[in-house]
Write a protein that binds this ligand. Sequence first.
Ligand SMILES: [Zn+2]
Length: 511
Amino acid sequence: MKRILPLFPLFLSLIVSTSLGGDEVDLQILSEIRQEVEQNSQIEQILSHLTDVHGPRLTGSENLLNASRWSMDQLREWGLENVALEPWGEFGRGWELEKLSLEMTEPYYTPLIGYAKAWTESTEGVISGIPVLFNPEEEEDFNEFKGKLKGKIVLFGDPRDVGLGFEPMAERYSEEQLEEIRTARVGREGHGDWRRRYRAQREWRKRVGEFLRKEEVAVVLEPGRGNAGTVFVGSGGSHEKNGELGLPAIVLSAEHFGLLHRTLSKELELTLRVELASRVLEDDLQAYNVLGEIPGSDPAVSDEVVMLGGHLDSWHAGTGATDNAAGCAVMLEVVRILQALKLQPRRTIRIALWTGEEQGLLGSKGYVERHFQTDENGKFTDEHEKFSAYFNLDNGTGKIRGIYLQGNDSVRPIFGAYIAPLADLGVTTLTVRDTGGTDHLPFDAVNLPAFQFIQDPVSYDTRTHHSNMDVYEHASLSDLKQASIVIATFVYTTAMRDEKLPRKVRAVDSD
Ligand SMILES: [Zn+2]
């Protein structure tokens, strides 16, 4: 069987000939882009609409569909063509939270900070009672809890030391850190380890969940990662049509979980009152990406495509401001800028706002399958041939400091020319390293040039990524404005250059 293999080592990554001519940024256009951003940026309105107006945007939810429709209206208003809601496949059920209340009523009254996990069931009305501590280390420990948990509020896990917070939550890359990224070797470090730990953890949680369901507990409360009231929350069940919803489950702030744990340990009277109401949406199991185009103006290459995008779906505890309304707002702003300046790109520029990213890059995978995938003979589609590049933004609110070449060293001189006039904005770093976790990967997997930018971390890992604090206030408008200048430059210049971007050299194996 024929198989296509990526060749990562540098020495094998032959540089596909590409003229350096045509890669210099048009400085007149760049200055117009900067001016448009300075005077008329719409980032603030776009971001506030996506987050404040439409709210959390879980895939399959009405909020996401509303945000998608609003984005399409914007694209049409700016004169984009072929604006569409394109189905990418079956996602399964949507899930929405209708009510959550979580209170301590004894030894004194206080509301508690906590968020329901997505795709979990409702409680059977209001549950009041004394919680039970449940912190098994291995499956054998389940025995001592058998028959004791029915109808109970279960505190699952151990309290966490949250520290005093002397470390700043937000940071920008220092020159030394950028130098490390710049000189890193091809590949992704530590990825295998992380994956193994993640799998083991997921397997353990599955066994715990099965036990708690068998014991018919009423609701599960767990301590969250994070501090200062920040809670990171994901899914507690399956979104798939025939999958199972999780037990009612709430993630508490580490501080409030600690309070409950200490109070229980002192054998003081502790009573909680909990109510969780959710609903599933099953009318339409399909999910959709938003697409729109600025058609190419040069008949010789107008059927070639340069894409830009980010994922519109989010988690539900916040409003997905930095993950990833920020990326979508920038991409929307980029096409608005290009249209406002009445630029006529030679190639077609296509924007995509993906969905299902948080459940495994599903929307972009579906798109790639549908548009580029090989047939049984290992052949790619014509669209694959006509594709130049995809640019993705999905690492929070931080300004752009450079770009990951994703193992494709042949684009180095090209992107080097692109970033030269952007140095004053802090864009200085090219690294051959690849980066994962988001929607450029499905393109990369079928050997299409696809890139994610290097962004200042700001408080992505410490505060906002998948948390209740992923809200408008934690996005930086000035950083997003910078990103819109940078990406407008990348996208426009790529649409104008003589050739499509060079691809990674691949070998065909014949075993
Ligand atoms: Zn994301």
